[in-house]
Write a new protein. Sequence first.
Length: 380
Amino acid sequence: MQKHIKENRNIIYGDLSKQINLKYEFKGKNNIIFFAGGSRNVNIIFRGSNGVVFIGENSRTNGSIDVPSNGLCYIGNGSTFNGASFRVFEAKNIIVGNDCMFSWTIWISTCDHHLIMDCNTNNRVNYSKSVYIGDHVWCGQESAISKGSFIASGAIIGAKSMACKNCYSNTANAGNPIKEVKQDLFWLRDDPCANQWTKEQTLKYSNIPNDNFKYTYNQNEFLSPKAIEAKLDSLNTAQEKLEFIYDAIYCNQNKNRFAYFKDMPYDIPLPKYENKFKSLKFEEIDETKPQPTPPAPKPTPQPTPQEQIKLLQDKINNLEINYQKALKTKNHLSYKLGEALIRANKNWYKGGYIKFIFEVIKIKKEHKANINNNQGKAYQ
């Protein structure tokens, strides 16, 4: 894997040639972008320092990721966003699992953007909170996910809904504020609209046996957002946070890692994980150092005066040959007949074609006479 070192100790891990339509801007220092594989349409701005953005393999993130100082944004493998705004403010975190599907005009924010204060104490009451989204979550058009939300794996968020609390696995949730409207559901990426299903196709897919997206809570497998948050809060640098999310989240591909249901144990420690980031090998590309200047091309050897004279004579000879060929072409019968036809066409209204007949007879006679003369000279 490549490790690109930018100005102000900002770092990009990953093969940049695999990123399609990538945009990023570092305004601070010590920020990190990590690409697990190829991606599309990633647009990141680091407004401060010590931020982390982790982009999983084969993810498409149409929209923007805005990270001020000390924020972290993690997006898992295969997640797609048709128009989502990630606002990772006040040193909080947004973590999104694998295979999530977000529609357009969606925002996810850790902050209310303005302060709300208690009138009696003058204390702030709307502190920012992190957002956690599990695997295979579907968010409908113009929905929003606000601070402190946990959307468990397999959940559905309805269009124009405001998520502001826990949404459990395999449930449908809608409204502002959001509430659970149905349980025991799972969703698939198949799109009858885009594929323009016929009645026969609709009937064919009226029942689909599939257990891949039916989730089960297991306390020994559950990645508790509370435990993840506590660990991230205990780390000081962007590099430490990157290594933790790589080891504890990215390398944990357990299906039920973010599966959660009502009244299940929530405040539990993280499962054990291995330190796999340390074993990664990087090709370090330090773009802050002057790149070696490529060797200057060898000068082309100049010809000697004698060689220059010979080249000039060759050019003169070639011009003479080409001139003689041109004269032969101009004196050719077909060339003269073509010229006569062109003149006749230009003057057709003045009897040009009638004159053409007599001119053809004249040209043929002259041509025949020239041939006889040349043959006579050949015998002399």
